[in-house]
Write a protein of this length. Structure first.
Lengths: 143, 143
DNA sequence: GTATGTGCAAATCATTTGCATTCTC
DNA sequence: GAGAATGCAAATGATTTGCACATAC
């Protein structure tokens, strides 16, 4: 948990921006669980803990966390994004049920190789990837 | 172009819904180019051609086209989804520049195999996948 | 000290919905 | 003829913005 804060501090310094207790509070809360989160839910979690953080502050922080590589968009559902934090290099891929929303995370190491060949073929500096596989889980197929 | 309409008619019939000239007009316009599209842009394209189609009709059609497997969400940008149509089984993957938005499509056949192994491992009926790789194109790296 | 960040309330914008009317099957 | 689909206008809900105040560097 220390790590993410340190990474963020370094990121902020490099960008010439300023860190604030609000931002650190939000980041700590994001990394307090390993769950996915969305803005509203994160806001409520903070509220429950009597932290006085406004939603705009969360919305303003998210692009920074994305850019710093600390979180990524996991999927879009119910009209808004759901995010997840990234542990080092380990990007998750998601398998989701279109019916019940059940989500399974898996790793796919072959995508690293794919990134390498895309970088070369198209002359891109690759920063990451997002793979979503969707279908119906066994329970929902039975219905 | 005939094909997509035929597929849609079959889909509608199977679901016990009704087809309408409005729906066919929208579908024809979607498939009139090979470009990505978003709702607003599609609406304007139709308007330019003096087709009297309302936005809600487009919004109401999209879930059906997704379910029928005729289009898929390509990426989310500027606050809304961008869609693309699918030719048969050929799902595209996207390589996008985070700076200028330049998008390159590519195919990755290994994902079919991955779908198979996920289906088995997690007992899912797989309907598709979406892979987005992002980074910076050479032009934007130079800046 | 200055420019950045915060919280609030108001604005924005994509999407959805209620409803009367029209149309498909 | 019954149930769906359409268009319109209004509602919704996530996100953004303007602004006055607070605060990090």
């Amino acid at each position: 948990m220390k790590d993410e804060i340190e990474i963020f501090r370094g990121f902020i310094r490099k960008k010439g921006l300023r860190n604030t207790p609000e931002r650190e509070t939000i980041i700590k809360e994001i990394f307090a669980t390993s769950e996915h989160f969305d803005v509203d839910e994160l806001y409520l979690r903070l509220k429950r803990k009597r932290k006085k953080i406004s939603k705009p502050s969360i919305y303003r922080l998210i692009p920074l966390l994305l850019e710093a590589g600390l979180i990524q968009e996991a999927y879009f559902e119910d009209g808004h994004f759901h995010y997840e934090h990234i542990y080092g290099d380990e990007l998750h891929c998601h398998l989701r049920c279109l019916e019940c929303g059940k989500t399974i995370e898996f790793k796919e190491k072959s995508l690293k190789r794919l990134e390498g060949s895309l970088a070369e073929e198209y002359d891109f500096l690759i920063k990451g990837h997002k793979l979503e596989v969707f279908g119906y889980c066994s329970k929902c197929v039975k219905k």
